[in-house]
Ligand binder design. Structure first.
Ligand SMILES: Nc1nc2c(ncn2[C@@H]2O[C@H](COP(=O)(O)OP(=O)(O)O)[C@@H](O)[C@H]2O)c(=O)[nH]1
Ligand SMILES: [Mg+2]
Length: 573
């Protein structure tokens, strides 16, 4: 069953909602962003919280990549006589199988069967930007987490005991060292990926076994991240209606606080499970999750089921109790999604085929790759203003060359010199923008004389829900954007956030126009960090127990450039 955007998604389960809503200004909003606009939340709690909402180059010659026979099953493929140089300085470096760090600095565990997931160990050789190195502490923490997943995960005695505990409703009979976090992520693919990564971060910080709800294609788009076990919640989970949990679920942490079923200020029995509702529509009661004293209570609950469509990591960092561990795990705080995303999300073999065939056919041979993500919605007419915003942004920042006046000839090239080539990867639901760009760079010469080719893998027209081929294309395109050298993204889009995080890129962000027919001035700006923006943060200071600007509490958590009330992790330096 598939549905189009604007209707309730099958993956939306019992949280009936429109994927896109119109803002007061009449813009089509992404769901989570629209929800963030709808603050303050519905309920008020005894702790007063007066919400203070903060309003709103590279010179490179790459001959065709040739795979050695048998490379798919054993040694990583080799770029034969690929030449690589720095920023146009002509220096070259020969690549060989040994020069790829297939484990990404120890982020990935060795020893997986390579045939079941080609992308896991091949991805490094497609990345010109090798990315950041994980801290030794993060590497050891990931190995510990893998051991925990094997010891307590599905199929183990500990898992059966924990399920029994859940069925019985008694919180004291399970194995004390096996606590669980079931992550339900839904909505667009970008949201799902960010939400699952954030939930995993929480599992790492709280030593919980991390299991994901396999619906919404979560079981099909990605390989297993943990060796020797599964991250997918098996069928037969005792909380049979867990996929329908919503803001109204009585066992949600927020509702249990509100209804005084739970109290975070007294020591008492804890329930065997709690539902953590951190959707775009979460109330302040739900968002007490981000407070220290609430975490002390939740620490003892054996089973947590979390639903979110948001990148909640910056919210977790507001909790003083997590800050020390966080700093050890991520000395570079803006690399959380960069590392956890590359650790968790390996495209399945089918998607990897889409990615590598496209990359090898259209992007590999160019000396420079530019990604432009144009997030539009099905109902939106093709917009000359948005096209102008893209050209102004890319040309003023030197991402794409300026066009010469029509009728002007190409600059004279020295005999025997080939043109410098730039391949532009455009991703969009619509083809109009890339067709216009392609025509421009064919019909008009550019002062630099470089050859600009424009490519767009698909144009699906409408966002769809529950459609596998749609999701596989979306995942391939997000990943391809992350393989470019320079990235331009659209404000508010989780699709772009995932690409920038995986690629380790600080993109130029196309600002959201006040009015669809007016080009914002400036048209875009450089993002302050590669980490995604949390669209629906709390506006509450847990220590002072009152409303606060949460962009001013912790030095490493600041507001986003594309959404003024959103929060993101930044590197102070
Ligand atoms: N293939 C493809 N699908 C897209 C594109 N833009 C939007 N979509 C679809 O629309 C969804 C948008 O949701 P999401 O990924 O959460 O990004 P966001 O809504 O912009 O935050 C994607 O997951 C795709 O299903 C695109 O450029 N290419
Ligand atoms: Mg979305």
């Amino acid at each position: 069953m598939r549905q189009r955007e604007g209707k309730m998604g099958v993956d939306g389960a019992a949280t009936p909602r429109k994927e896109h809503q119109r803002s007061a200004a009449g813009h089509w909003l992404d769901a989570e962003a629209a929800a963030a606009l709808a603050f303050p939340p519905r309920t008020k709690r005894p702790r007063s919280w007066a919400v203070n909402v903060v309003l709103v180059a590279f010179f490179m010659t790459v001959p065709p990549m040739v795979f050695l026979l048998g490379a798919r099953t054993s040694a990583p493929a080799v770029w034969i006589s690929s030449l690589r140089g720095g920023s146009g300085d002509g220096s070259v470096q020969r690549w060989s199988a040994g020069s790829f760090d297939k484990l990404l600095g120890g982020l990935l565990a060795d020893g997986f069967d390579e045939t079941s997931c080609h992308s896991r160990y091949q991805s490094a050789m497609y990345r010109h930007n090798p990315g950041k190195k994980p801290s030794p502490y993060l590497v050891s923490k990931l190995r510990q987490q893998e051991a925990l997943q094997r010891r307590c995960g599905p199929g183990t005695v500990a898992y059966s005991t924990a399920l029994e505990q859940l069925r019985s409703g008694k919180s004291d009979i399970g194995s004390p060292d096996c606590k669980y976090l079931v992550s339900i992520s839904y909505s667009g693919l970008g949201n799902r990926i960010l939400a699952a990564a954030a939930a995993f971060m929480y599992a790492l910080l709280t030593d919980r076994v991390f299991l994901v709800d396999p619906s919404n294609e979560m079981g099909e788009l990605f390989c297993e991240p943990f060796p020797g076990t599964t991250w997918l919640l098996p069928p037969g989970f005792p909380l049979t209606s867990y996929t329908n949990f919503s803001i109204d679920t009585a066992e949600s942490y927020g509702n249990m606080l509100k209804n005084k079923v739970l109290r975070n200020d007294v020591v008492g029995d804890v329930p065997v499970f709690a539902y953590i509702h951190l959707n775009h529509d979460a109330t302040q009661d739900d968002k007490f999750f981000y407070c220290d004293e609430d975490q002390r209570l939740l620490r003892n609950v054996p089973w947590l089921v979390m639903r979110t469509d948001n990148y909640i990591v910056p919210g977790m960092l507001l909790d003083a109790g997590f800050q020390e561990e966080f700093a050890r795990l991520f000395p570079e705080p803006d690399t959380v999604f960069h590392h956890l995303g590359r650790y968790l999300f390996h495209p399945s073999n089918h998607v990897w085929g889409l990615i590598t065939r496209y990359y090898d056919a259209y992007l590999a041979a160019a000396q420079r790759r530019v990604g432009i993500q144009v997030r539009v919605f099905g109902e939106q007419p093709d917009s000359p203003a948005l096209l102008e915003q893209i050209t102004k942004c890319t040309q003023s920042h030197g991402v794409l060359p300026e066009l010469l006046l029509s009728g002007t000839d190409d600059p004279v090239m020295p005999v025997g010199r080939r043109r410098h080539s730039t391949a532009v990867l455009v991703t969009s639901l619509k083809s109009w923008y890339s067709e216009k760009l392609k025509s421009m760079y064919w019909e008009q010469a550019v002062a630099t004389g470089e050859a600009v080719s424009v490519h767009q893998p698909s144009h699906e027209e409408f966002q769809q829900f529950g459609a596998k081929s749609h999701d596989t294309k979306a995942w391939a395109e997000i990943y391809l954007l992350g393989l470019t050298d320079t990235l331009v993204t659209t404000a508010w889009s989780t699709f772009g956030y995932v690409a920038q995080g995986l690629g380790g890129l600080r993109p130029l962000v196309l600002y959201r126009p006040e009015n669809d027919s007016v080009v914002p001035d400036p048209p875009c700006g450089r993002d302050v960090s590669m980490d995604p923006c949390f669209h629906a943060p709390p506006f509450y200071d847990c220590r002072l127990k009152r409303g606060a600007d949460t962009g001013k509490i912790v030095p490493r958590v600041k507001h986003c450039i594309d959404m003024s009330w959103g929060l993101k992790l930044v590197h102070n330096n």
